[in-house]
Ligand binder design. Structure first.
Ligand code: GRG
Length: 276
């Protein structure tokens, strides 16, 4: 995985424009957020899916990077004073604390737009595959995906939420980008619709488990914004013990789906085992 993270980070560096004009500050701000210490989980999931199908990971590198850009834009916007108002991200001041707030908004906008440009320019992928990737990305990151989850998250701050709505929020806010990553890997590897469905089902369970474990980790951290802002979280709705049982069950379901697939999913299993 370390080797893959290096490949991802080197390509990220290459893709940030260097010869800029009067908008130099934009690319500096983008580097500040993109090159900080993220786990690179979403691009890793794309590359791990290519390996499951025994394909060359270089085919998927730029589409994988596009997901890191979407993820980073969502973190930058989420940290803004009008959303979660968080002062720190990835171990350093949030982008709007290090740079003017307007530049943080525009950097998020830029990363969102640039993600699509990177897919359209990807080498060694035909136009049909690029359209499929763009369609998947809009489906998982748009109004029925990431943004839907964020709307519910902010709407329910400090309020009670039913378990079904909490699951909707976690599915959209977190799991959908994991599902996009796995579907990207399947599209680029020419997987059949049936196999893609199974892989995406794995990602749904794994992504939900990831968010449940994240909520559980924040439960004991009184400084986390989940606690200070009385956010809708799994322990708040279910109680900590039930939330743990639920998270472990989702993780197990994800691993069971992988084990039933006739592919070498060792790296996907390793990533899934590490989220708890
Ligand atoms: C602004 C449209 C929009 C969406 C924001 C990202 C997000 C939605 C909210 C941030 C808070 C949060 C709990 C999101 C859920 C996903 C999550 C746990 C993100 C953190 O992902 P990691 O752990 O982060 O992969 P790194 O920094 O390692 O990349």
């Amino acid at each position: 995985m370390k080797e893959k993270i290096d490949i991802i980070e080197n390509r990220l560096k290459e893709l940030i424009p260097k010869n800029s004009s009067y908008q130099k500050a934009l690319f500096e701000a983008a580097s500040y957020s993109l090159l900080s210490s993220g786990k690179r989980l979403r691009p890793l999931l794309v590359l791990a899916t290519l390996e499951a199908f025994n394909k060359d990971i270089n085919l998927a590198l730029d589409p994988a990077i596009s997901l890191e850009l979407i993820h980073t834009y969502s973190l930058i916007h989420d940290d803004l004073p009008c959303m979660d108002d968080d002062d720190f991200r990835r171990g350093k001041p949030s982008l709007h604390k290090a740079y003017p707030e307007w530049l943080a908004v525009l950097t998020g906008d830029y990363l969102l737009t640039y993600a699509f440009e990177i897919i359209t320019n990807a080498k060694n992928l035909d136009d049909t595959k690029k359209v499929k990737l763009i369609r998947a990305l809009t489906k998982y990151s748009g109004g029925d995906g990431l943004i839907a989850g964020q709307v519910v998250d902010l709407s329910y701050e400090g309020k009670e939420i039913e378990f079904e709505k909490l699951k909707f929020m976690h599915l959209n806010k977190t799991a959908k980008l994991f599902m996009a990553a796995i579907e990207f890997g399947c599209i680029i590897s020419d997987a059949s619709d049936d196999i893609t469905k199974k892989f995406v089902e794995f990602a749904e369970n794994m992504g939900l488990a990831f968010q449940f474990f994240d909520d559980i980790a924040d439960y004991d951290d009184e400084k986390s914004s989940d606690i200070t802002k009385n956010k809708a979280t799994a322990p708040a709705v279910l109680g900590i013990e039930k939330a743990k049982v639920f998270a472990i069950d989702l993780q197990k379901r994800a691993l069971d789906i992988l084990n039933a697939l006739p592919y070498d999913t060792a790296i996907l299993e390793e990533i899934t085992s590490k989220i708890s």
